[in-house]
Design a protein around this ligand. Structure first.
Ligand SMILES: [Zn+2]
Length: 340
């Protein structure tokens, strides 16, 4: 009796040890390789730092495509220090700044594209609002927005005058700063449907007295640029919905259209099947996950920070956000992630 309990306990301990030392992969999430003047969400990595990061990956890790990492995960054979690189949204700097560096180091990547912006060539809505909110001119004292049949107003106070974004996350911005105003309005805009949001952005532009022009520095890629991006085979495209909604805030029917139409649009541009998806804002519910699976994707990425290992759900693969770090900081983060 005691012997069999001891045997079971030893088996359990051996299993735990195997799980702790099981090969784990890391998926990195980037957005931009650029040096924007204002970057409230810390989405940008400068081209210099990006080159340092990719050079380091070649030295200390095993960069591979997301498709290869996902395949290895399905087969239960994730190679040691496997790393896959992903970009969300489809900014033009992915082509002009990131691709030459990725090619120089022969490192693959996947770019998840929001297709409506490819068609419209309009800035992403969070960038349009950033341009309005962080304009150099003083803003009117009060802001009133009408949406969904209700009205909400903000007193600007000190935020009338331009202040620095201050290098802190928007949700930590002190009350009365422009960054706090940015985040508060951003939260409202995030919940809206496409036409309601466009209407709200029009109201914001006329409130601030700004024109409607888009900045070339914040441009999304055009269909032709997407074709150039994937030429050479190192970079693959993935779908990131049509209009970048917070999927969990919408009906299954709207989610289905967003997921399937973005896939079909990109497949039409590329002439082959798309197999990877990422959830906008990392947001999903049980419908989103099952709709992505039914749409024919092989895997999907969330924004939960963790390593990929054998028990990871392949339709909720975790990713680590990379920031504008030089080689030394990036290396220490990377080593910490591998041990996650
Ligand atoms: Zn996104």
């Amino acid at each position: 009796m005691i012997g069999s309990t001891l045997r079971k306990w030893k088996e359990l301990a051996a299993n735990r040890l195997r799980e702790r030392t099981a090969a784990k992969g890391v998926i990195l999430m980037y957005h931009r390789v650029e040096r924007p003047e204002v970057d409230p969400w810390a989405l940008a990595v400068t081209p210099g730092h990006f080159a340092e990061q990719i050079a380091l990956l070649k030295k200390v890790a095993q960069p591979m495509s997301l498709a290869a990492l996902s395949r290895a995960h399905r087969q239960g054979k994730i190679p040691e220090r496997a790393v896959a690189i992903t970009f969300d949204d489809g900014y033009a700097d992915n082509l002009y700044s990131a691709k030459p560096i990725l090619e120089q180091y022969e490192t693959p990547a996947t770019v998840f594209v929001t297709t409506a912006n490819t068609v419209s060539q309009r800035e992403f809505w969070w960038d349009e609002w950033e341009r309005i909110c962080f304009a150099n001119e003083p803003l009117p004292k009060q802001l009133q927005l009408e949406f969904r049949g209700r009205s909400r107003s903000w007193e600007l106070g000190e935020a009338i005058h331009r202040q620095d974004a201050g290098g802190m996350p928007p949700w930590e911005a002190p009350a009365g700063t422009r960054l706090a105003l940015y985040y508060s309005v951003w939260q409202e805009l995030q919940q809206l449907g496409v036409s309601e949001r466009e209407d709200a952005l029009d109201q914001l532009k006329s409130w601030a007295g700004l024109d409607t022009g888009a900045r070339s520095s914040h441009r999304p890629m055009s269909p032709d640029e997407l074709r150039v991006l994937v030429a050479g085979g190192g970079i693959s495209l993935g779908a990131h919905t049509v209009s970048h909604p917070l999927l969990s805030a919408h009906s299954p029917r709207l989610q289905k259209n967003e997921i399937e139409n973005s896939k079909a649009y990109l497949e039409n541009i590329l002439g082959h099947q798309l197999t990877e998806f990422s959830y906008p804002f990392g947001g999903y519910n049980k419908h989103s996950v099952s709709l992505v699976q039914k749409a024919g994707f092989n895997c999907a990425c969330s924004t939960k920070e963790a390593t990929v290992w054998k028990w990871s759900n392949r339709f909720l693969l975790p990713r680590f956000t990379v920031q504008d770090w030089g080689e030394a900081v990036f290396e220490s983060r990377l080593m910490r992630w591998f041990e996650h």
